[in-house]
Design a protein around this ligand. Structure first.
Ligand SMILES: Cc1cc2nc3c(=O)[nH]c(=O)nc-3n(C[C@H](O)[C@H](O)[C@H](O)COP(=O)(O)OP(=O)(O)OC[C@H]3O[C@@H](n4cnc5c(N)ncnc54)[C@H](O)[C@@H]3O)c2cc1C
Length: 412
């Protein structure tokens, strides 16, 4: 029998996190912009820790809650109800720190864990991830930043583009080419770089879509996407993470983890947008009756609800596969694209149903709409994932005479 029942212990943790979000995080959101953001974060973190709500996915031995993939996913849907990400900051599970902690736990040396993982888990430092360059994004193997050995150090030169949160980070994970003669995906390694650092110069936070409209953070840096110049950046050899040439292979489990977290946050946001759409459609009267009574509008709501349902099933299946250590490369790419489009579509529909009000900043929809657009680029653009998915469909057909295994065929 297929069992979609969420186990009682996971439901209990979800309820606890949900209560914390309602009681502490959502009220604190209105304080953003009135006092320093990271003061608010620190206070919430102290409260969260006191309640044992901390780094949900990090094993207990490292100071987290030690939740498995399913439990973490379920908890993230509560965290994701805080659309300012204050919930994620409060529980210290904000990206990219969360995925980096996972990487350090899996691949860090004892010394790296002691020096970097501990303060990350403790919430004392923040980290950014520097892979993309102007020269290369979708095809990251085009990265030009070079790392050359010099005694017991590496010397890095190059540039980085869209290093999110670099301006507020004390540590950077920097990918660079260490082995130009190796096979394409074995040429790159990852370095732990302490910030600020004269060799890692932040040129600017790149102005991006929609930030003018989101005025609450205007005078304070709480993230940003940095353009970085790397010049004679000297990194101790012991700060190479995960072994030479493993920059790409190391990123794989990070992606699965990120998908669940992103997926759950997207569900929370899309659900809120759909609720808003239903409310507005029920209240707004045009041509003598509520907008909600028009079949055209009901069809729009139906499409959104269906997409949300599919998304829920997708993330539950991915959590299931992760819990059992099963390969989820295909599902990961399909879910990545589907969920990004689902979120965009549901918010777009809610915005449309709100009419001109949806285009204002009197509701959060316009801000969500712009933010959701980035999901189709971040972690690999639509086309690259679809390309990969399509190739797997063809390879599977060649190998087995059927495409089923590339289309969720292990389910039914
Ligand atoms: C908000 C935001 C935050 C980000 N944060 C980070 C971060 O913290 N760290 C980091 O390293 N990077 C980050 N990135 C970068 C992100 O990972 C890249 O934008 C992404 O990988 C795409 O690379 P690119 O922008 O260089 O696009 P390009 O490589 O220039 O590709 C442009 C377009 O070409 C098309 N395309 C590319 N290849 C193919 C193909 N094979 N088939 C068909 N079409 C194709 C796609 O439409 C694609 O969107 C962030 C980006 C955004 C927008």
């Amino acid at each position: 029998m297929i069992d979609f029942e969420i186990p009682a212990d996971i439901q209990a943790i979800r309820a606890k996190v949900g209560a914390f979000i309602d009681e502490h995080v959502l009220p604190a959101e209105s304080e953003i912009g009135t006092r320093p953001f990271f003061d608010i974060v620190k206070e919430l973190q102290a409260k969260a820790r006191a309640e044992g709500l901390w780094c949900p996915f990090v094993p207990k031995e490292w100071g987290g809650m030690g939740l498995g993939h399913l439990a973490n996913a379920i908890v993230q849907i509560e965290v994701g109800r805080s659309f300012t990400h204050l919930g994620a900051w409060a529980l210290n599970c904000m990206g990219p720190q969360d995925a980096t902690m996972v990487t350090l736990i899996e691949h860090g040396t004892p010394e790296q864990k002691e020096k970097y993982l501990k303060p990350l888990v403790n919430g004392d430092i923040r980290i950014c991830f520097s892979m993309t360059e102007r020269a290369a994004g979708a095809d990251a193997t085009g990265m030009q930043t070079r790392a050359v050995e010099d005694g017991d150090e590496w010397v890095l030169n190059g540039e980085k583009w869209f290093s999110s949160s670099a301006s507020i980070s004390q540590l950077a994970l920097v990918m660079a080419k260490t082995d130009p003669d190796a096979p394409r995906h074995r040429q790159f390694s990852t370095f732990l770089v302490e910030l600020p650092n004269a060799g890692y110069r932040i040129l600017r936070d790149i102005p991006v879509m929609g930030e003018d409209g989101h005025k609450r953070y205007k005078d304070e840096k709480t993230g940003g996407h940095a353009e970085v110049r790397i010049e004679n950046l000297r990194v101790p050899a012991k700060n190479l993470l995960g072994g030479r040439g493993n920059g790409f292979s190391m990123g794989q489990h990070r992606l699965g983890y990120g998908r669940l977290r992103h997926g759950m946050w997207s569900i929370a946001k899309a659900q809120a947008a759909l609720d808003m759409a239903a409310k507005r459609a029920s209240e707004r009267v045009t041509f003598g009756k509520p907008v909600a009574e028009r079949q055209a509008v009901q069809f729009q709501l139906a499409e959104c609800a269906t997409q949300l349902y599919i998304t829920r099933l997708m993330v539950l299946h991915i959590a299931y596969k992760m819990e059992r250590g099963l390969d989820l490369t295909q599902e990961n790419s399909m879910a990545k694209n589907y969920i990004a489009h689902m979120l965009h579509h549901v918010i777009d529909t809610a915005l449309q149903i709100h009419g001109s009000l949806g285009y204002t900043h009197d509701t959060p929809l316009a801000h969500w709409y712009v933010a959701a657009r980035s999901n189709r680029l971040v972690d690999g653009p639509d086309e690259v994932h679809d390309w990969k998915v399509g190739r797997t469909v063809l390879e599977t057909y060649k190998r087995t005479g059927s495409t089923a295994a590339a289309a969720g065929g292990d389910l039914v």
